[in-house]
Design a protein around this ligand. Structure first.
Ligand code: SF4
Ligand code: SF4
Length: 137
């Protein structure tokens, strides 16, 4: 969510986050396969705070996603439409239009071949572009 804070993402930070996430997922899958019960102690305050933040963020998403737009550079290639996991993008008046089902995954921004998608009118560096090449439909 660095982009919401108007911070330029750092490729090393992404690498670290992805590496940590991969390790966690690997552990969870291994435990699931072995049928091990995962015991993680969380304080009640932490659980409640997590729920409150999660609910707040979910309510904010439609409002935040209104800030995603495509510029006139859009070539109407359709790549963002076919790759949006929520079917949130359609073509209107010759360019991609974003609706309220967005979950802010940012995939559309990274798959656009001409980087025509903006957040609050600002261009976002497509730092994940090379990583997701293999999953583009
Ligand atoms: S950010 Fe994700 S969910 Fe939202 S429009 Fe783009 S691809 Fe779809
Ligand atoms: S991927 Fe980019 S150029 Fe292609 S339709 Fe979407 S916004 Fe337009």
């Amino acid at each position: 969510m660095l982009f919401l804070l108007n911070k330029q993402p750092n490729i090393n930070e992404y690498d670290k986050i992805l590496y940590n996430a991969e390790c966690k997922v690997k552990t969870i899958v291994e435990n699931f396969i072995k049928n091990n019960k995962l015991k993680k102690e969380n304080s009640l305050i932490r659980i409640k705070l997590g729920k409150t933040c999660g609910n707040f963020f979910r309510r904010m998403i439609p409002k935040i996603s209104k800030n995603i737009t495509a510029t006139s550079e859009c070539t109407k290639c359709g790549i963002c439409l076919t790759n949006c996991p929520n079917g949130n993008i359609t073509f209107e008046d010759g360019k991609a239009v974003f609706h309220s089902k967005c979950m802010l995954c940012l995939r559309c921004i990274y798959v656009c071949p001409v980087n025509a998608i903006r957040y609050k009118g600002k261009k976002i560096k497509q730092v994940q572009k090379d990583r997701i090449k293999g999953v583009i439909k």
